[in-house]
Design a protein around this ligand. Structure first.
Ligand SMILES: Nc1ncnc2c1ncn2[C@@H]1O[C@H](COP(=O)(O)OP(=O)(O)OP(=O)(O)O)[C@@H](O)[C@H]1O
Ligand SMILES: [Mg+2]
Length: 237
């Protein structure tokens, strides 16, 4: 696989909410053209990892490097530097049309429609009336049209039909293969994510406890590590 230097390097990241440390030791790397899945049981710290990486959740310790330099510390600055973040709750603006939602993105309508011609039929509809899958496609269209170097996406397929989830994963795979986008993806549906991704990390109780490739051996190791991590979670609760 690729040996290019990482676009994103997270090391020893620690962040939390008030007194609570949500993540205590998260290290991961992301390279151009690869899709990496971040797995972990509920409450393991997946969302917090993404939030702390993009500067929404303040870091207590650890470092985030972007293209070999300290990453900008705010969401706005990191987005300008080329790292796109798609949060868990679909963040389309329901009352605005699909067109206006796309125009809010940094690169406008044409680039988004080039990627997702199917949105052309819905440009005048309020985004809130699109199906869950269409809203998620709209979010991806807005994010990818800005031609980010990396895309971090939380709970891609939550609540979506399996075919829609596969379509979204294919879109991400293609963005990685064709445009070299580096994708870090939180996805509950492990088998589906393993089929689309190159590598995985497993989080448990706020720390990366295992990592591997998305091949047969890697998938077996993930299954074992996941079961073991459930044990860790249970002991701590
Ligand atoms: N806004 C918040 N305020 C306080 N604690 C929070 C907040 N959000 C998350 N936490 C806590 O931080 C820890 C990590 O949560 P996080 O949401 O990052 O996990 P997750 O792996 O994304 O879980 P899920 O699979 O349920 O989405 C949990 O103990 C959670 O209860
Ligand atoms: Mg989460």
């Amino acid at each position: 696989m690729t040996t290019s230097p990482p676009v994103l390097e997270v090391s020893g990241l620690c962040a939390g909410y008030g007194e609570l440390m949500a993540i205590t030791d998260v290290s991961l790397e992301l390279r151009a053209g690869e899709v990496v899945a971040l797995f972990g049981p509920n409450g393991a710290g997946k969302t917090s990892t993404l939030l702390a990486t993009v500067g929404v959740l303040p870091r207590r310790h650890g470092a985030v490097r972007w293209n070999g330099r300290p990453a900008p510390r705010t969401l706005h600055a990191i987005a300008r530097a080329g790292l796109a973040f798609v949060p868990e709750r679909r963040s389309v603006i329901s009352a605005l049309s699909t067109r206006d939602n796309l125009l809010l993105g940094r690169s406008g309508l044409k680039a988004a429609l080039d990627h997702f011609p199917e949105l052309a039929d819905h440009l005048d509809r309020p985004a809130g009336l699109l199906s869950g899958g269409q809203q998620q496609i709209l979010m991806l269209a807005r994010a990818l049209a800005a031609r980010p170097q990396a895309l971090l996406i939380d709970e891609l397929s939550l609540g979506l039909a399996p075919q829609v989830a596969d379509r979204l994963l294919n879109i991400l795979r293609r963005a990685a293969d064709d445009q070299g986008v580096a994708v870090l993806l939180v996805e509950q549906q492990m088998r589906r994510a393993l089929a689309a991704a190159d590598r995985w990390y497993l989080l448990a109780s706020g720390a990366v406890v295992s990592e591997g490739r998305c091949d047969v051996d890697g998938a077996k190791r993930l299954e074992q590590a996941y079961l073991a991590s459930m044990g860790i979670s249970r002991q701590r609760t």
